[in-house]
Every structure is written in structure tokens, then in C-alpha cells.
Design a protein around this ligand. Structure first.
Ligand code: LMR
Length: 473
């Protein structure tokens, strides 16, 4: 094998490999490309960037502990920084569907950074000198501790930078609607059937609280997420890593990210199991369940406009039916529902992947982190779009709501303490059978006067009995 136009020959421990000349990956990545011809799914760019961060922190830790020549460390750190900043995104071609430790993607990072470091030191790509992908870029590390470290770093950063801000936006937008609709009385519904009065604000306050509790669940998982397996090397014992490598590494990543990453006190736990990531996924699963409830309620309350409930009015998103002119649909609620269904499905995959640790190594890391990062991204985008393009512009149809309240039979429930259940049941049955208001039925049956009825059956006083009204959040 010899170099020819567009191709360079690179040697690794197994012999020569042909590699596109302008690619920074090396022999192991090229071999893996030929082996794992499975699917279209690739890691998102944030995972590639996080490998840059991880290799940068590892090189700095090695330099500090005297286990890496400072001149090599400097070249590795500069190259790793470039990976972190996204300069080499096109040089990570491998699919999700690879070995369960993520070794091929770890080697991809080692090779890109070694090639780039050697290039800055005046060497051609593929030389593997003076910076060697395994001996120097991967020093004091194994895929088995590096990949889980990258998973925790990437998930932690994505939650902090991407998802939590959008969830706070959604919570606050729902809370603003709760305040806006605080005085709007509607009929509460149970079993999909008319029940007793409440306010639209109370319904939106419940939605806001669901999202707020979703945020709290994610934040509660953070202390476990911030524990890193780095320093465990092959099985968790730390063979070939200097004493203090885990501490030095975590100090570096904490400084680089501003997030409180610390060494996992048991590397064995952090490599053989990924319970902390399953825990985060569990919190996202609950959030998805909450969003399904919220999106469904909102689209049902806005159904119509003429023959549905029609109590909420959706903002115009400019979209319509392809065949029914002027028809408007709850497009954004439907998009969010599909996001939530995907997240619930991802959690099932993540649960199976999390259960796939045998002895000292979980071997379903790529599929686990792929599903978790997708869930975070979808929930972040879905929450932002739902908050800004639907919830923010929601209005109520006050006339419709007032008519529904006036017509509601079970307002008469407020008479229970005065008349007892059976006489109130007679009122509602009579009103239903004779198609009159419960007020007319109550008077006709001789149970109350009109004045008594109006004093007791006042929807505004029924939305929360005195002294039991929760303050708006
Ligand atoms: O790639 C490594 O560093 C280790 C590999 O996952 C293995 O345990 O065989």
C-alpha cells in the first residue's frame, strides 16, 4: 500500500489502513467505519465537543501530575480545545451502533487530537509521532472511564445550558397565564364530564406547578450526575493512572465548565452502572408525562371553534389545512405530544441500556447517551416552542365560558349542605329532564327561593371555599 491522490496510508498495531487524506481521524476510526455499517444515527455535535473538553482536562491533569511531557501536553491541549470549540465536527464519522464501551468514538477523539497536535508540531497527518493517540492523548485513561465521564459531562452541560432555561421559561409562561386568567370562572370537569366551578387560572397554575416540579426533579438528580468516573481506567481500580488524577481532572473540568464536577468515590459504580443517567432519564420521563397532560388539556379546551369546548383560543400560527380552507389546528400541542412520546420511548431504551452492565462495565453506553441527549434536546426545543408560540398567546372566550357556567347543572352541588344529597339530586335530574336551569328546577320543586339559590349558588364563591384558596404561584 502506498499513498495516492486523496488517500494516505496510516499504520496501527494491526498494519496499514487507507484513509482519506484530508481527514484527521486515524486507523482505528477507519477500521471501525468498515465494521459498523449500521444505521444513519450519529452522536450530536455536543458529544464530540465534550470529548474535546475531556481530552483537554485529561492532558492538563497529566501535565500537572508530571505524567505527560509539557511540550506534548501543550500540543494536545490546543488540539483538544479546537475539538471542544467545534472545529473538527466533520471528523467524527462513526455511528451510534458500535462497541458498547464507546471505544471507537474514544479512539476517534484520540486520533483526531493526535493528528492535529502532530500537525501543529510540523508533522504530516498519520505520523503518530511525537504525539501518539493511545500513549499520549489517552494517557491515564481507558474508554471505560472516559466515555462515561463524557456522558456525564455532556448531559450535565446540556441540562444546565439547554433544557433547564427552557423549562423555566415554560413554567413562567404558564404561571403568567394563571395570573391573567385568575378571575375567569369555568366548569371543572372530571371523567370528561361537567363537575363544579373553578377558574381557568387554577388550571394553569396546576400546569405551571407540574413543570416547576419537573425542574426540581431534574435538579435533584444533579449531585449524582456531577460525579465522574474518570481515573477508574479499565475496570475501576485506576491501573496506569497516577494518584490524584481523578481530583486533578475534576478540578480542570469544573474550572472549564463552571459546573461542580467531582470524582465519583467509587469508579466501579460509575463504570459498571449508569444509574445516575437512568435517574435523569426518569426525571425527563416524568416531565414528558406532565407535558402530555398539559398539551392534551390545552388542545381539548381549545377544541372547536364552533362545535368543541372552545373555551381557549389559540394564537394564529399561520398554518392551516391543505383541504379545509381557513381551518386552524393545535399544531404546536400536537408537536409537543410527539416529543413527549419520543422521550417516554427513549426512557424505555435507556432503562434497558442502564440494566446492561455486566461485572465491571456497562456495555450499552452509546445507545444510552444518544437517547438521553435526544430527549434533552427535544424537550428543550419543544418546551420553548410550546411556551412562546402557543401558551404565551392563549386567550379565553369569556362569553363561551360564562354561558357554560350558567348552564352547568352541578352548580347545585353547593346546595348539598343545606338540602342534602338526595334533594339536590332531584334538582339536577329535574333540570336535566325538563331542560331548565337548576335554579328553575330548585324553585319549582319548592326547595329554595330564588333569593336563597342566588346567595348560595354563586360560582365565584365556589372556586375555592373561603380560607382554602392557594395563593397564585
Ligand atoms: O477501550 C478501552 O479502553 C477498553 C475496552 O472497552 C475494553 O474493556 O476492552
Amino acid at each position: 500500500m502506498t499513498d495516492h491522490p486523496g488517500i494516505r496510508i496510516e499504520h496501527d498495531a494491526f498494519g496499514p489502513v487507507e484513509i482519506p487524506a484530508n481527514r484527521y481521524w486515524g486507523a482505528q476510526t477507519q477500521r471501525a467505519l468498515g465494521v459498523f455499517e449500521i444505521g444513519d444515527e450519529r452522536f450530536p455535535a455536543c458529544l464530540v465537543w465534550t470529548f474535546g473538553l475531556q481530552k483537554l482536562a485529561a492532558a492538563r491533569a497529566n501535565r500537572r501530575l508530571g505524567t505527560l511531557d509539557p511540550s506534548l501536553a501543550e500540543a494536545i491541549e490546543a488540539a483538544a480545545l479546537e475539538v471542544w470549540k467545534g472545529r473538527f465536527d466533520d471528523h467524527f464519522p462513526l455511528p451510534i451502533w458500535q462497541t458498547g464501551s464507546g471505544t471507537q468514538t474514544n479512539m476517534n477523539a484520540n486520533e483526531v487530537i493526535a493528528n492535529r497536535a502532530n500537525e501543529t508540531l510540523g508533522q504530516p497527518l498519520g505520523r503518530r509521532r511525537p504525539v501518539h493517540p493511545n500513549d499520549h492523548v489517552n494517557r491515564s485513561q481507558s474508554s471505560n472511564d472516559s466515555f462515561p465521564t463524557v456522558m456525564h459531562l455532556c448531559v450535565g452541560i446540556e441540562l444546565h445550558d439547554r433544557l433547564l432555561p427552557e423549562l423555566r421559561l415554560l413554567r413562567d409562561t404558564l404561571a403568567a397565564k394563571a395570573a391573567e386568567f385568575d378571575d375567569v370562572v369555568k366548569i371543572g370537569r372530571t371523567h370528561l364530564m361537567d363537575a363544579v366551578p373553578m377558574t381557568v387560572g387554577q388550571a394553569f397554575d396546576a400546569f405551571a406547578r407540574q413543570v416547576g416540579l419537573g425542574i426540581a426533579r431534574i435538579e435533584a438528580a444533579s449531585p449524582r450526575l456531577y460525579r465522574l468516573a474518570q481515573g477508574g481506567t479499565a475496570v475501576g481500580s485506576g491501573l496506569n493512572a497516577p494518584a490524584g488524577f481523578d481530583e486533578a481532572f475534576c478540578e480542570e473540568v469544573a474550572g472549564l465548565t463552571g459546573l461542580p464536577f467531582v470524582p465519583n468515590p467509587s469508579k466501579f459504580e460509575g463504570m459498571g452502572a449508569h444509574d445516575a443517567l437512568v435517574e435523569v432519564s426518569g426525571a425527563l420521563n416524568v416531565l414528558a408525562v406532565s407535558l402530555i397532560k398539559i398539551a392534551n388539556d390545552i388542545r381539548l379546551l381549545g377544541s372547536g371553534p364552533r362545535t368543541g369546548l372552545g373555551e381557549l383560543v389559540f394564537p394564529d400560527d399561520g398554518l392551516s389545512s391543505s383541504i379545509m380552507p381557513g381551518k386552524r389546528n393545535p399544531t404546536i400541542a400536537e408537536a409537543l405530544l410527539q416529543v413527549a412520546f419520543q422521550v417516554v420511548g427513549n426512557h424505555a431504551t435507556i432503562s434497558a441500556a442502564g440494566a446492561s452492565g455486566t461485572f465491571e462495565l456497562n456495555v450499552a453506553k452509546p445507545v444510552l447517551v444518544h437517547n438521553l441527549l435526544q430527549a434533552i434536546r427535544l424537550l428543550a426545543d419543544g418546551s420553548r416552542v410550546f411556551a412562546t408560540k402557543l401558551v404565551h398567546g392563549l386567550a379565553v372566550d369569556r362569553e363561551r365560558l360564562a354561558a357554560n357556567v350558567a348552564n352547568a347543572l352541578l352548580l347545585a352541588t353547593a346546595l348539598n349542605p343545606l338540602l342534602g344529597y338526595d334533594r339536590v339530586a332531584a334538582i339536577t335530574r329535574t333540570a336535566m329532564a325538563e331542560n331548565v336551569t337548576p335554579r328553575a328546577a330548585a324553585i319549582a320543586l319548592g326547595f329554595v327561593t330564588g333569593e336563597e339559590y342566588d346567595r348560595i349558588v354563586d360560582p365565584r364563591t365556589m372556586i375555592a371555599p373561603a380560607g382554602r384558596r392557594e395563593p397564585a404561584r
